[in-house]
Write a protein that binds this ligand. Structure first.
Ligand code: GDP
Length: 438
């Protein structure tokens, strides 16, 4: 996603980092590089100029904070200005709420409604969906199919043309839902009828949120759409879809941010899982290849509590089955491995798909199997031979295949961690934290 923008920004930052002196000429050159990259992503010229001016004046006028080099100071300013360009942070409440989904036809509204159902379901909330898109004939079937896949109830009345009536009937049907998602009609253009209907639905449902779905391919033109919907129905969150399929994503994001509507999620693919929370800070960190260190460390700390595990040590030191046991315990609390990994600054390191394939249930099995191993085996897994596999499987009530699968998983993890270590000095969390912290 946004590969070109990411690579361009990273290259510009790298170039600056490699300069022997950071003077006005170096800052000018950096700003020029940034301009080129941002304009290529369809970021509006005025926004690019504003950002350039802010970086130049801050870089040349602000004193670097104590202990920070000029180079780090400038990089940090660029980082902060890019974050500003992405607008404000929107919080998503994880409690009872009703969300009206708005957007033009083809924006990805129906798909996104399914993705959101999945998102809230994963957070442990009971979700219900109403299809009130009476404009597009296939919308109900499409939404119903998506919802069936994840066992979320979906109410609709195919053939009915009155959206208000559908919602009126749907609400009592779905009264057990904590999160109610309402897919409203999308048209080819924002017309009065569309606005009137959504206002009526808003009043009827006493909606907690009105979220707008916008296609990233619109680039900077997303601004007008966001502004008009906002004016009409007070949009309080925007979801930008199809970020995976366009080089204009940066333009769409900044254009929407400029209207003052915060971006809540971004859609990054066609499956129901391809939805990501949007937070300007993490987004820019990831684009710049810095990883979302703040939130990762925060979450690691939360998850680990006083358990002894140090992410840095884990990646540098020897990785044994015992470490993996601890790691599985903390990962369980930190959330899906894929998400955790995506927050690490791993530019260039390939994570094998197998590394993600361990579900919560399997983790539990693995732990039971490891409980049947001896201390020596946990510290030195290479000694686990055929007869030991037999013994362990008997002790754990598992099959030898399961034990072998665990060992295979361990090897994958070990290889992956070796990849991190291979990055040597480049991966130093403390240093990165210092650079971009505060
Ligand atoms: P609606 O008319 O706004 O309800 O649009 P749909 O939900 O039917 O989406 C239109 C098309 O965009 C469908 O083919 C979707 O699969 C596709 N789509 C939606 N979101 C994304 C996304 O984030 N990435 C990609 N690649 N395709 C998407």
């Amino acid at each position: 996603m946004l590969d070109r923008l990411g690579t361009g920004l990273k290259d510009a930052m790298k170039k600056l980092a490699g300069k022997t002196v950071i003077d006005k000429a170096a800052v000018d050159e950096l700003v020029k590089d940034l301009q080129r990259v941002l304009l290529q992503s369809d970021v509006n010229v005025k926004l690019v100029m504003g950002l350039s001016k802010a970086i130049k004046s801050r870089a040349l006028e602000e004193e670097p904070p104590k202990g920070m080099s000029v180079r780090e100071h400038v990089l940090r300013i660029v980082y902060q200005e890019l974050v500003n360009l992405m607008g404000k942070d929107v919080t998503v409440t994880l409690g009872p709420q009703t969300i009206l989904m708005a957007g033009l036809q083809g924006s990805g509204k129906t798909t996104t409604t399914g993705k959101l159902a999945r998102f809230f379901q994963r957070k442990g909330l009971r979700v219900g969906v109403i299809c009130a898109d009476v404009f597009r004939p296939g919308a109900y079937d499409q939404l119903k199919t998506l919802c069936n896949k994840i066992n979320v109830p979906c109410y609709g009345e195919p053939g009915e043309t009155d959206a208000v009536k559908i919602v009126q009937n749907g609400i009592p049907e779905l009264k057990n839902s904590e999160v109610l998602l309402i897919d409203t009609q999308g048209r080819h253009a924002l017309e009065n009828e569309l606005i009137d209907e959504i206002i009526a639905l808003n009043e009827l449902t006493k909606a907690t949120h009105r979220w707008l779905v916008i296609d990233a391919a619109l680039g900077q033109q997303a601004r007008e759409q966001a502004a008009r919907f906002h004016e009409a129905i007070n949009i309080d969150g925007v979801i930008i879809t199809k970020m995976d399929g366009t080089a204009k994503g940066g333009g769409a994001l900044s254009a929407v941010a400029e209207t003052g509507s915060g971006i809540v999620f971004i859609g990054s693919g066609e499956t129901i899982e391809d939805l990501e929370r949007f937070d300007p800070d993490s987004f820019i960190s990831r684009l710049l290849g810095m990883g979302d260190l703040h939130s990762l460390i925060e979450r690691a700390e939360e998850a680990i509590g006083d358990q002894e595990i140090d992410v840095n040590a884990m990646m540098k030191g020897k990785f044994t089955l015992r470490d993996m046991y601890k790691q599985l315990e903390s990962l369980k609390k930190m959330g899906p491995l894929k998400q955790v990994m995506s927050m690490l600054p791993l530019g260039g390191v390939e994570i094998p798909q197998d590394a993600y394939d361990v579900t919560g249930k399997k983790m539990e099995r693995y732990k039971i199997i490891m409980d049947s191993m001896t201390s020596e085996e946990l510290d030195n897994p290479s000694m686990i031979s055929g007869s030991r596999v037999q013994r362990i499987s008997l002790g754990a009530g598992a099959t030898p295949e399961e034990v072998r699968e665990l060992l295979k998983y361990y090897k994958t993890m070990q290889r992956t961690l070796k990849g991190f270590r291979g990055m040597g000095g480049k991966f130093n969390m403390q240093r990165m934290m210092k650079k971009f912290g505060g």
